[in-house]
Design a protein around this ligand. Structure first.
Ligand SMILES: Cc1cc2nc3c(=O)[nH]c(=O)nc-3n(C[C@H](O)[C@H](O)[C@H](O)COP(=O)(O)O)c2cc1C
Length: 198
């Protein structure tokens, strides 16, 4: 049954995860179901120009992983070590036959995927920091499909907590990790998001 509380709880759980149980496989059928969800997303001009390359074999995961940059706010961390790497990826590609932009279709679909994955007990990290040309080569993605984002997917092994910022515009929004390995994500409070009336 759909209700607000369920959606709110799902949103709270849907955190970016960067460490995974690498012994836990993510099957092609799971990835297909996540892509199926994107069919129901709103789409600018209803053009639906986004495509997905499914990656779940060990061989292809090993090709994708070194092309990704993880956690820019954690400069002393080189990304997940062996044993903690994602076991699947969805590479979101723009089919350029439909134009050079997709308005905000990309973001709508990315979050749909991460929400869907969260309901399955999986964790995701949306990744923009990669070289699209290198990724296209590594996966032999056909011409005319431009990789836009990668969603790294796996079974999470890290705890992520959300905490409010102090509510000032220049509050520190950088995520950080404490000695116990917990990843902390500052989020601006509601009071800062709502524009005050004159
Ligand atoms: C458009 C976009 C691009 C992102 N790119 C990266 C990235 O390249 N590498 C990375 O480690 N995380 C990336 N992230 C994850 C963000 O760092 C993460 O969403 C943010 O720290 C807030 O954490 P949360 O997702 O748990 O709310 C990206 C997220 C978004 C929405």
């Amino acid at each position: 049954m759909v209700n607000f509380d369920i959606l709110e709880e799902l949103m709270k759980r849907d955190r970016s995860v960067r460490r995974f149980d690498e012994s836990f496989p993510v099957h092609e059928s799971t990835l297909s179901r996540l892509v199926e969800l994107t069919r129901y997303c709103a789409s600018g001009r209803n053009m639906q120009p986004l495509r997905y390359r499914l990656v779940m074999s060990k061989e292809e995961c090993e090709k994708v992983f070194p092309l990704l940059k993880w956690a820019g706010y954690l400069p002393d961390w080189d990304g997940p070590k062996p044993g903690e790497r994602p076991t699947a990826y969805l590479v979101q590609c723009l089919d350029t036959r439909y134009g050079k932009d997709c308005l905000c279709d990309d973001g709508l679909q990315l979050q749909t995927i991460t929400l869907g994955a969260t309901t399955e007990g999986l964790g995701c990290c949306i990744i923009k920091a990669f070289d699209p040309a290198k990724l296209r080569d590594a996966l032999a993605i056909p011409e005319g499909l431009e990789p836009r984002y990668v969603v790294a997917i796996g079974s999470p092994v890290e705890k992520v907590v959300v905490e409010p910022t102090d509510g000032t515009p220049d509050a520190d929004i950088k995520y950080y990790r404490t000695a116990d390995g917990v990843h902390h994500v500052p989020k601006r409070p509601l009071s800062e998001l709502i524009v005050s009336k004159p």
